[in-house]
Design a protein around this ligand. Structure first.
Ligand code: KG4
Ligand code: ZN
Length: 348
């Protein structure tokens, strides 16, 4: 089963060909970072216009790189949510159009579920199906969620951010610190140069009360809140303006530590509360070296194998979309062709 996957939910235009949900024949990602950097964040209209411009060449290159003809493609899959509506619509409708033209089925894919699949794309990785029940942490610019994939393969969100996503917390802090966009890599670099590792600076974690209406059916002790962290950074900077590069690096290290600690402590708690055969991580923030190191420790203490994506599959890509479709997930049949973009798509 050879699937052409398409991804356009935010600011990456991507296409990939994946065989049997595991073997990546090609993966092409065109990032729009240079277009959005001057604005300090993703501008939806700039994003959707760029997707429209780039998607034909990106898809064509994915087919060429795979070294197969269009006839070899058995199905077309595309992200239909969550993400930016105007960005999602481009890839979703390009995918439907291609499926019609090729006379093949179309499959609609949930982007967050696909990020989890990215941890199983490395050659030699076991199949996700052999690691169920699986605990997964998805952390990107748009999402921060702890997901349980049950023995039946069905994903269920245990906890998520009640405000900003972890990547957003990095991006906003980077702006406050004058470190540029995207914030994650910039903060990681500054933090790595902190001589004292941020010792002596503490940013408190957001407290989440059980009666917060945003929690709904989720577990309060597995939810996150990052907007308070950003406010405490702003307050800190007002009281202690950055005097030199050393200051900036120490603050970046303390701030990174607070995010890593919030994420790792919730994962450790979730692993203690359930029985899992594996622990997977995905999303752009999973590139963060400090987070990767902490999660390795968490997995060792919990006695579960950790699955981290290769760097090229941490951020948005289409290999994860085609792979998930190739494992039988997603909306199929006539319902797939009727799909609209679903910006707030969740699992239930
Ligand atoms: O998954 P992704 O490419 O796009 C979304 O679906 O949002 O994630 C982008 C996010 C950005 O917020 C970026 O700052 C963050 O991932 N990021 C990082 C690192 N590299 C990218 N965050 C922390 N450390 C990094 N090294
Ligand atoms: Zn993403």
């Amino acid at each position: 089963m050879l699937i052409l996957g398409i991804e356009s939910s935010c600011d990456e235009t991507a296409a990939a060909l994946v065989r049997d949900g595991a073997e990546v024949l090609s993966s092409v990602v065109h990032t729009q970072i240079a277009l959005h950097a001057p604005h300090g964040g993703v501008v939806p209209e700039i994003a959707s216009r760029s997707h429209i411009e780039k998607i034909p060449a990106v898809v064509r290159k994915a087919v060429e790189d795979a070294g197969v003809g269009w006839d070899a493609i058995d199905a077309v899959a595309a992200t239909y949510g969550p993400g930016l509506a105007s960005s999602l619509l481009v890839g979703l409708h390009a995918g439907k159009g291609l499926a019609v033209a090729l006379g093949k089925p179309f499959i609609g894919i949930n982007h967050v579920e696909a990020h989890i699949q990215s941890a199983f794309l490395s050659p030699g990785s076991p199949a996700k199906e052999d690691c169920l029940p699986l605990l997964a942490l998805v952390v990107s610019g748009g999402h921060s969620a702890i997901v349980r994939i049950g023995a039946d393969g069905h994903p269920h969100i245990l906890g998520q951010t009640l405000d900003d996503a972890a990547g957003e917390a990095f991006d906003k802090a980077s702006k406050l610190l004058g470190l540029g966009y995207p914030g994650g890599p910039a903060i990681q670099k500054a933090a790595s140069q902190a001589k004292n590792g941020g010792a002596g600076i503490r940013f408190p974690q957001g407290r989440i009360s059980d009666d917060n209406p945003a929690i709904g059916n989720l577990r309060a002790d597995l939810c996150f809140s990052f907007s308070g962290l950003k406010t405490s950074l702003r307050n800190y900077l007002q009281k202690h303006p950055v005097q030199n590069e050393d200051d900036r690096c120490e603050i970046a290290a303390a701030y990174q530590d607070a995010i890593v600690d919030a994420l790792a402590s919730r994962c450790e708690r979730a692993l203690r509360q359930g029985r899992y055969k594996g622990f997977a991580v995905g999303g752009g923030v999973s590139l963060n070296a400090a987070l990767r190191a902490r999660l390795k420790e968490v997995a060792v203490r919990a006695g579960v194998p950790l699955f981290l994506p290769e760097p090229k599959y941490c951020g948005d890509n289409a290999a994860m979309i085609a792979a998930l479709a190739g494992r039988g997930a997603g909306v199929r049949g006539d319902a797939a062709f009727a799909l609209d973009a679903s910006p707030s798509l969740t699992f239930e």
